[in-house]
Design a protein around this ligand. Structure first.
Ligand code: GN1
Ligand code: MG
Length: 370
C-alpha cells in the first residue's frame, strides 16, 4: 500500500504536503508527515512496527496505550500544580479513522501515528555535560512517571530482551553454524571479538545473579534510553521527553541506567570506525548521574546503588554481543547498510566496555558521591 494512502487512514486534519523518512532508528521504519491547513501546519510521526523484532506488534500498541494513558494523566496533574521547572512531555497516539490505535496494512504490517514533540530534538551523540545532565533528568523523570504503574498492565514486548545470559545462548548457537565459523576463520577482528566475549562470560551474569539473590528487584523500565531517544527542548536546552516507548516493561532499572550511559558517554557514537576515538567520558557520566539522581535518586536503595557500576560495564558488553551475534547470523535483527556494519558496531561497544573497565575506580568514586 502506498504510504500516502496508508496515512490517510489516520485521523489527522489538513492536507498532507510532505512524507519523508525520519530519524536513525535501528528497528522500526519512521517517517515525518506534514499536514497543512489555512491557518497552520501539523507534524506527526508515522511508524511501521518491525514484526521481525517484535513478535506481537498489537501487544506493543496495547502497551503504548497503557503507558501513555498513565503518564499523560500524571503529567497533566503535575503541570496543573505548576511546581516543575518545565513542561514535561510525552508523544500521544493519534487514532485511526476507525478509532483503533493502529492500522494493519494488506501485508499484515502494523502502522501507528503519534504526535511529534515540536521545537525539540534528539541528538545521536552527547553534546556536552549540560546535555548529558538533561538526558539524566529526562530518564529519571520518566522512571518517576512509570514508577506507580501496574506492571501487570504491560505484556512482555520482546521475550528475552536484556537477559544477557539469553544473548550468550543465542551467540553460542550461532557459533556452531558453518556461516559463523567461516566468518570467524577469515577475520582477525572477528576472532579478537570472540576472545573478548570468552574472557567476560562471568560479567554477563552479574545483574541476573543479584536479582536471583533478591538484592535488586524488577520495576518498570524504558528498555531503550539511548541518547537519540531523549528529546531536548530547542529553546531552553532542557530535557522534555523520552520517546521510543516500545520496550517499556518490567525489568531492572539498572539496565536503563547502564544503557543510557553507554550511549551518552561515548561522544564518538555507535558507528565510529576509528577505535582510538571511542573512550568512556567521565565528565559526561558525572553530569548524567547528577541529572538522573535529581529526579529519581529517592527511589534507589543502597543495594540498587551497589550495582550501578556493574550496569555501566555490562550494557556495552551486552550490546556488543548482540551486534556481533547478528553479524555472524547474517544481519537479520539490526538494520544495516553494509555487511560489516554490525561487526564494527560490536567493536565500538567492546572498546567502550574496556574503557569503562580501565576507569573502574574513578567511576565508582563518582557513583559513591551521588
Ligand atoms: C535498537 O530502535 P533503536 O534503534 O532505538 C535496540 C536497542 C539498542 C539500539 C542500539 C528493540 O534501538 O536495544 O540498544 O538499537 N532496540 C531493540 O542502537 O532491540
Ligand atoms: Mg529509537
Amino acid at each position: 500500500m502506498e504510504l500516502s494512502i496508508l496515512i490517510n487512514k489516520f485521523n489527522v486534519k489538513g492536507r498532507l504536503v510532505s512524507l519523508q523518512p525520519f530519524g536513525n532508528g535501528n528497528i522500526n521504519d519512521t517517517f515525518l508527515a506534514i499536514y497543512r491547513n489555512t491557518f497552520t501546519e501539523t507534524q506527526v510521526i508515522l511508524q511501521r512496527v518491525n514484526r521481525n523484532v517484535f513478535p506481537d506488534p498489537q501487544a506493543i500498541m496495547a502497551n503504548m496505550h497503557e503507558v501513555t494513558k498513565h503518564c499523560h494523566e500524571k503529567l497533566e496533574d503535575d503541570a496543573a500544580k505548576g511546581s516543575d521547572d518545565r513542561v514535561w512531555q510525552m508523544p500521544r497516539i493519534i487514532k485511526a479513522k476507525d478509532s483503533k490505535d493502529y492500522v494493519v496494512d494488506d501485508k499484515g504490517e502494523v502502522w501507528r501515528v503519534i504526535t511529534r514533540i515540536m521545537s525539540a530534538h534528539a541528538f545521536d551523540v552527547a553534546q556536552g555535560p549540560e546535555h548529558a545532565m538533561e538526558c539524566g533528568a529526562a530518564l529519571g523523570h520518566f522512571h518517576y512517571l512509570i514508577s506507580d504503574m501496574d506492571p501487570k498492565s504491560i505484556k512482555d514486548p520482546l521475550p528475552g530482551f536484556h537477559i544477557t545470559s539469553g544473548y550468550l545462548k543465542a551467540y553460542d548457537k550461532t557459533l556452531k553454524t558453518a556461516a559463523a565459523k567461516e566468518l570467524i576463520k577469515s577475520s582477525m577482528e572477528a576472532k579478537r571479538l570472540a576472545k573478548f566475549i570468552e574472557e567476560r562470560r562471568d560479567l554477563a551474569l552479574c545483574l541476573e545473579k543479584a536479582q536471583k539473590k533478591g538484592e535488586i528487584k524488577k520495576r518498570l523500565f524504558h528498555g531503550d534510553p539511548k541518547v537519540n531517544n531523549i528529546m531536548i527542548d530547542d529553546v531552553t536546552g532542557k530535557g522534555t521527553a523520552m520517546i521510543d516507548l516500545d520496550t517499556v516493561s518490567p525489568g531492572l532499572i539498572h539496565l536503563d541506567f547502564g544503557d543510557a550511559l553507554r550511549s551518552i558517554c561515548n561522544p564518538a557514537g555507535e558507528e565510529e570506525t576509528n577505535l582510538a576515538k571511542v573512550v568512556f567520558d567521565e565528565d559526561l557520566c558525572t553530569a548524567f548521574c547528577k541529572g538522573y539522581m535529581r529526579e529519581a535518586g529517592s527511589f534507589l536503595t543502597d543495594a540498587d546503588r551497589a550495582y550501578l557500576y556493574d550496569s555501566i560495564r555490562l550494557l556495552p558488553f551486552e550490546l556488543g554481543l548482540r551486534f556481533f551475534q547478528d553479524y555472524l547470523n547474517g544481519n537479520v535483527y539490526f538494520k544495516t547498510k553494509m555487511p560489516e556494519q554490525n561487526l564494527n558496531r560490536a567493536r565500538v561497544q567492546f572498546r567502550l566496555c574496556e574503557s569503562v573497565e580501565a576507569r573502574e575506580r574513578s567511576i565508582r568514586n563518582v557513583l559513591k558521591k551521588l
